[in-house]
Write a protein that binds this ligand. Sequence first.
Ligand code: CO8
Length: 287
Amino acid sequence: MDFGSYETLIVEFADGVATVTINRPEALNALSREVIDELAKVCDLFSGLGDARREDGDGANRGGAGADDDGAWPVRGVILTGAAGKAFVAGADIREMTSMSPDEAVAYARSMHAVTLALEALPVPVIACVDGYALGGGCELALAADFIYASESAQFGQPEVNLGLVPGFGGSVRLPQRIGLGMARELIYTARRLTAHEASSLGLVNGVFPTREQLLAAAAATIREIATKSPTAVAFAKRSINEAVGRTTAEGLDVEANAFRAAFETEDMKEGTEAFVAKRSPVFPGR
Ligand code: CO8
């Protein structure tokens, strides 16, 4: 399977799990413009998963490594992590930022907004594996994943006010959504850091693991567990949850009803319900 070649990322694939590693350990994996461009390319690669088979899609199989010739689901989930060392990602690249005009800085922020939205739009789950610092843009990148697992050494924070800045890659939107307004305000105004266990107690992190190896293994195991389910149903569930965020209850229920209808029309639904009645394990066709 060809994932292309990258200067700042390592993209690996095994057993349905794609692992995307941001590889700039000399700068604590900071999100340079090149990293952001390459993350956008990877998102594009995976965005076509299941298109040829999803009832709601445009029927086009965009090909690439994300979708094979049959439009099946070779990639069942993505792990997003940073190269081993001190950091998951220590934020936006502060050195690059120092020479930017306000317009360039906003374009830089916008390019990362696009990446975070693209990650949320992927039809497969994305798990951020945070080992070391997830600061500023690093925390914001992790927040764009479906959920976050952390190692004991993880530290989370939005230290932008130390630099005379505000969160610029979505932190002022997604952090309050994840941990509540009051706690998000306190963290952003003080630039305090959270340990992995503190982040876990706030619901920012779903699981804390002793070592980096155990962290990555746990995320891969969760993706493989999800891979035993209907891929179309998981994709509709992800879309439904993301589209309902920030809406009224009534609007959110409309979003859910649309997703439910779309799922109801799939062959996966037919197979899943028939298998239940026949007391056998389902074999989901993924369409
Ligand atoms: N950008 C660029 N280089 C970095 C960054 C970064 N964010 N973080 C660390 N580095 C570099 C250091 O400059 C150093 O390089 P060198 O060896 O060449 O001097 C190397 O990585 C190692 O770092 P340290 O020596 O500082 O390592 P320490 O273990 O002493 O400290 C820390 C680790 C605490 C993580 C420290 O490096 C630090 O505080 N880093 C900055 C953290 C931060 O403030 N992040 C937020 C950045 S702002 C942001 O993300 C806003 C996003 C929205 C931007 C929107 C654009 C408009």
